[in-house]
Design a binder for this molecule. Structure first.
Ligand code: NDP
Length: 290
C-alpha cells in the first residue's frame, strides 16, 4: 500500500502496488447493470465526487457511456484508472484482439489501465483459456493494456497459468463479501502476490440488514454499506460498489475517516457461510457466452 492520492478533488483512497509496478486505487465504482443511456451521467457523477477508478466490461455494453462520462467530467484521462474485461464470446485469439480494439474505440482512449479475462469458461473452448491469456500478454506488451489480470478464476485455473510459466495476473476479481469470503482463492492470491478485487462487495445489498453489520454500524455511527466497504479495504481488497443513486455514491466514498477495530473486523469475517454464501454463478461450470 502506498500514499493516498493527492490529485485535486480526488477521494483519499489508498493505492495498491501491483506486482508489475503499476498502482491501482483501492476504491472505484462498478458499472455492471448501469443502463447504457445512464452510464455517462453515472460515471461523470462518480468522478466529480472524487472516484478515480471505473470497473467496466465489454459484456456490460456501456463502454461508450464510460468514455463519454470521463470526457464530460473534465478529469484528465491519466488521473483515472479504467478497467475492462473480455467478453465471454470473444475468447478465441483473433476475436479477443478485435474485441479489445472495439473497447478502446468505445472508451475513446488509447489504453486501458487493466484488462481482464472476465470468466475462465473451463467447459467452453475445449477448456483452453491459456491461449486467451496469451493474447492479454500481447496486449500488455503493446502498452495498450497497462496491466492484465483475470476474473472468476478458481485455484485450479490459476494453477494452469502458473504451470504454463505464463505471466501471473496482477489481480483476480472474484465474488467476495461477508457472506462469501472465497477463502481458498484469496489465500492462493495472497501467496502469489495477486491482488483480490471483490465483486458484489455488499452482495448487491444482501448483507446490509445483517444484525452484526448493523450493530457495528451503530457502534461507529456509520451506515451498514460503509462498514462493509471499510471491512474490505482493511482486508486488502480492491472494491468498486455500483450505484445509480448519487447520494449512495457519496456514502460509499466516505470511508477514510474511521476504522473497524480488530474485534469488529473479526465479527464481520465470521459471517462467512462458505459456498452457501455465494450469490453469483460458480466459475467451475458457468458457460454463458452471450
Ligand atoms: P454491489 O455489491 O456493488 O451492490 C450494488 C447494489 O447495491 C445496487 O442495487 C445498488 O443500488 C445497491 N447499493 C449501492 N450502494 C448502496 C448503499 N450505500 N446502500 C444501500 N444499497 C446500495 O454489486 P455489484 O454486483 O454491482 O458489484 C459491484 C461491481 O463489481 C459491478 O458493478 C462490477 O463492476 C463488478 N462485478 C464484476 C463481476 C465479475 O464477474 N467480474 C460480477 C459482478 C459484479 P442502486 O444502484 O439502485 O443505488
Amino acid at each position: 500500500m502506498t500514499d493516498t492520492t493527492s490529485q485535486a478533488g480526488a477521494l483519499p483512497a489508498p493505492r495498491i502496488r501491483l506486482h508489475d509496478g503499476h498502482e491501482i486505487p483501492q476504491l472505484g465504482v462498478g458499472v455492471y447493470q448501469v443502463p447504457p443511456p445512464d452510464t455517462a451521467e453515472n460515471v461523470e457523477t462518480a468522478l466529480r465526487i472524487g472516484y478515480r477508478h471505473v470497473d467496466g466490461a465489454q459484456m456490460y455494453e456501456n463502454e461508450t457511456g464510460v468514455g463519454e462520462g470521463l470526457r464530460r467530467s473534465g478529469v484528465p484521462r491519466e488521473d483515472v484508472f479504467l478497467t475492462s474485461k473480455l467478453a465471454n464470446g470473444a475468447h478465441r485469439p483473433d476475436d479477443a484482439r478485435a474485441a479489445f480494439d472495439r473497447t478502446l474505440e468505445q472508451l475513446g482512449t488509447d489504453h486501458v489501465d487493466l484488462f481482464l479475462v472476465h470468466w475462465p469458461l473451463p467447459t467452453r473452448y475445449d477448456g483452453d483459456f491459456l491461449s486467451t491469456w496469451r493474447v492479454l500478454e500481447e496486449l500488455r506488451d503493446s502498452g495498450r493494456a497497462r496491466s492484465i489480470g483475470v476474473s472468476n478464476f478458481q485455484v485450479e485455473h490459476l494453477e494452469v497459468l502458473a504451470r504454463a510459466g505464463a505471466s501471473m495476473p496482477v489481480v483476480n476479481q472474484v465474488e467476495c463479501h461477508p457472506y462469501f469470503l472465497n477463502d481458498d482463492v484469496r489465500s492462493w492470491c495472497r501467496e502469489h502476490d495477486v491482488v483480490v478485487e471483490a465483486w458484489s462487495p455488499i452482495a448487491q445489498g444482501g448483507v446490509l440488514d445483517d444484525p452484526v453489520v448493523r450493530d457495528v454500524a451503530d457502534a461507529l455511527g456509520r451506515t451498514p454499506a460503509q462498514v462493509v466497504l471499510r471491512w474490505h479495504l482493511q482486508s486488502g481488497h480492491v472494491v468498486f460498489p455500483k450505484s445509480v443513486t448519487p447520494s449512495r455514491l457519496e456514502e460509499n466514498g466516505a470511508l477514510f475517516d474511521f476504522e473497524l477495530d480488530e474485534s469488529q473486523m473479526a465479527r464481520i469475517s465470521d459471517l462467512d457461510k462458505g459456498e452457501d454464501g455465494r450469490t453469483g454463478p460458480n466459475p467451475d461450470d458457468f458457460d454463458y457466452v452471450g
